[in-house]
Design a protein around this ligand. Structure first.
Ligand SMILES: [Zn+2]
Length: 98
C-alpha cells in the first residue's frame, strides 16, 4: 500500500537549528537504510525548509512499517498526517460499484 506523510516541526524546534543539526544530518543521511530496516520503499522524500515540513511518498505492507520508519527521533519532533492513498484508477474501483 502507498502512503503519503506530511510532517512538520515547530520553528522553535527546527531541525536546521544548531542544536538539532547533528540529529537531522544523521537521520537524513541514513534515510534509505532506515527505510529498508522497516520494510518501507521510498518513492520520494522532500522538504520545504521555510515551512519546516517534510513530505514522504512511500510503499509498505503495513501502517506499522511506516510508523516505525517515522519513529524517534523524527517522530518525537514532528506532527502531521500520514494517510494511505490510492491511485485515481484504484479509487474508481474502490468507490464505484459496477
Ligand atoms: Zn525547520
Amino acid at each position: 500500500m502507498r502512503f503519503i506523510a506530511t510532517l512538520e516541526h515547530s520553528p522553535d524546534n527546527c531541525w536546521a537549528r544548531e542544536e538539532n543539526q547533528d540529529k537531522a544530518v544523521e537521520w537524513i543521511t541514513q534515510l534509505d537504510q532506515r527505510a529498508e530496516e522497516h520494510g518501507v520503499e521510498l518513492d520520494g522524500a522532500y522538504a520545504t525548509p521555510t515551512e519546516h515540513q517534510f513530505y514522504f511518498i512511500m510503499q509498505a505492507d503495513s501502517f506499522g512499517a511506516v510508523t516505525g520508519f517515522l519513529g524517534p527521533p523524527f517522530g518525537e519532533d514532528h506532527d502531521g498526517h500520514v494517510a494511505p492513498v490510492l491511485t485515481l484508477d484504484e479509487s474508481i474501483d474502490a468507490v464505484i460499484e459496477d
